[in-house]
Each structure stands twice: as structure tokens, then as C-alpha cells.
Design a protein around this ligand. Structure first.
Ligand SMILES: [Ca+2]
Length: 115
């Protein structure tokens, strides 16, 4: 609920003309303020995906749907990032283990303990 209030405040700020809907240009400008630079064509595509009444602009309800989609994408990337970090950790552990074994083998072989 609190999230929805924050979204409404954000939406109202972007809807500078108080028309009850936001245009692609307004959305692009607002995203750019948050360091999210998208070409206008991409922002237009975002709006088209959730422009349920096909009027070319985004109502608050449509904006909430778009926001939910973007959050899911963000979570998917976070999951991928965590998976990548685990894979890198496994590779480091594997390389360390192999290096340690090779070092032990060389040292033991050097003393004639191992062939
Ligand atoms: Ca619409």
C-alpha cells in the first residue's frame, strides 16, 4: 500500500500537466532524472506494452502494471547476478584446490615421495 502511495506521488510529479496520464516524453524525462537513459522508441514500447486502453499514454493503473513488470525484470537480473557470484566462487575454489594439489604433488615429487 505504501508503495502505491509512493508510486502515485511519483506519477503525479511526472504528470506535470495534471492530465491523469503520462506521455512517452514525460516518462523518458522522469527516467532520465533517475539515471535511466532510454531512447524514446524504447519508452514508447514500454508504454505500448501496458497501454491497455490503447490511447498512447499511460494512466496510473497502467503505470502500476509497468512498474510491476520492471520490478520482476530487476529481480530476475538480481537472481542471475547471485547465481553468477556463486559460480565464480566455485571456480575460484576449484582453481585453488587444483593449484594446491599441483603444488603438493610437485613438492612431494621433488622429495621423491610421490611419482
Ligand atoms: Ca493508456
Amino acid at each position: 500500500m505504501e508503495n502505491r502511495v509512493i508510486l502515485q506521488e511519483w506519477f503525479d510529479r511526472v504528470d506535470s500537466e495534471k492530465s491523469g496520464s503520462i506521455t512517452a516524453v514525460q516518462l523518458k524525462t522522469a527516467l532520465a532524472v533517475g539515471n535511466l537513459e532510454f531512447p524514446l522508441s524504447v519508452v514508447q514500447q514500454m508504454i505500448r506494452m501496458y497501454d491497455f486502453d490503447r490511447n498512447g499514454t499511460m494512466s496510473f493503473q497502467e503505470f502500476v502494471a509497468l512498474n510491476n513488470f520492471l520490478l520482476k525484470v530487476q529481480h530476475a537480473f538480481s537472481d542471475l547476478e547471485r547465481l553468477w557470484e556463486k559460480l565464480v566462487s566455485c571456480w575460484i575454489l576449484l582453481l585453488f584446490t587444483l593449484s594446491a594439489r599441483a603444488l603438493i604433488k610437485v613438492k612431494m615429487g621433488g622429495f621423491g615421495w610421490m611419482t
